[in-house]
Design a binder for this molecule. Structure first.
Ligand code: DX5
Ligand code: ZN
Length: 217
């Protein structure tokens, strides 16, 4: 069954508790977009928000690190209550490291380790890590901002990743993030996505719980 992970970035920060309580009863995961203004051209939030939310969340926390040197913070995010942590392959490139180092570190902290890629990174670059990582985040917009338009080619990229997993008889989660809505969820699930991140399409909906149910199909 597909998991829906609403992105807190699109929540109402003045009434964050209300939104979390609503999501506890309707979503599968809470997605946290952590941005550093370096790997991506925007800033968002970090530990204070996670620390505030973790005690009232009854569903797992999915932390998406859009930061350089994620290895500096993975352990702290795990301690703050994250169950899933993803970091970008581009961050490892920038640091001249093999992203497997981040995967091993996250796993040693007891969380599900995910490798994320932006739309301009060939999806084949994930293939060497299919056995190592727990999940893969295929961005369907360029990381940095909510509310962007879904990039259609993402469907084929997810299908290619799923086909490679099938070829090797490996089953791992594929997460998709950016511009996900009822208009593309069905195609994404069919292509092999198992975790749908959705910001605007959930929080801008008149009935967010219903929007979540619709995404799940
Ligand atoms: C973008 C973030 C996304 C974003 C999704 O950098 O990673 O999680 O919040 O928002 P929507 O669904 O509005 O594109
Ligand atoms: Zn995200």
């Amino acid at each position: 069954m597909v998991k829906v992970a609403p992105s807190i970035l699109a929540a109402d920060f003045l009434h964050l508790e209300d939104d979390i309580l609503m999501l506890n009863g309707s979503a599968d995961l809470l997605h946290f977009d952590v941005m550093d203004g370096s790997l991506v051209p925007n800033l968002s939030f970090g530990f204070p928000i996670l620390d505030a939310v973790a005690p009232i969340a009854t569903i797992p926390l999915d932390v998406h690190l859009m930061i350089i040197n994620p290895d500096k913070y993975i352990e702290r995010f795990a301690q703050a209550g994250a169950s899933y942590i993803s970091f970008h392959l581009e961050a490892a490139d920038e640091a001249g490291k093999d992203v497997k180092e981040y995967v091993d570190l996250a796993k040693s902290c007891g969380v599900e380790a995910g490798i994320a890629i932006d739309p301009d990174v060939p999806v084949e670059r994930l293939f060497p890590y299919i056995e190592d990582a727990d999940f893969f985040l295929v961005m369907s917009v360029f990381a940095g901002f909510g509310g962007q338009k879904f990039i259609e080619e993402s469907v084929d990229r997810i299908a290619a990743l799923r086909a490679e997993m099938d070829r090797r008889s490996i089953v791992k989660e594929i997460e998709v993030d950016g511009g996900v809505s009822g208009a593309n969820a069905g195609r994404l699930i069919k292509a092999g996505a198992t975790m749908l991140v959705a910001g605007s399409s959930v929080f801008k909906a008149e009935d967010p719980a219903r929007a979540i149910a619709e995404l799940r199909g």
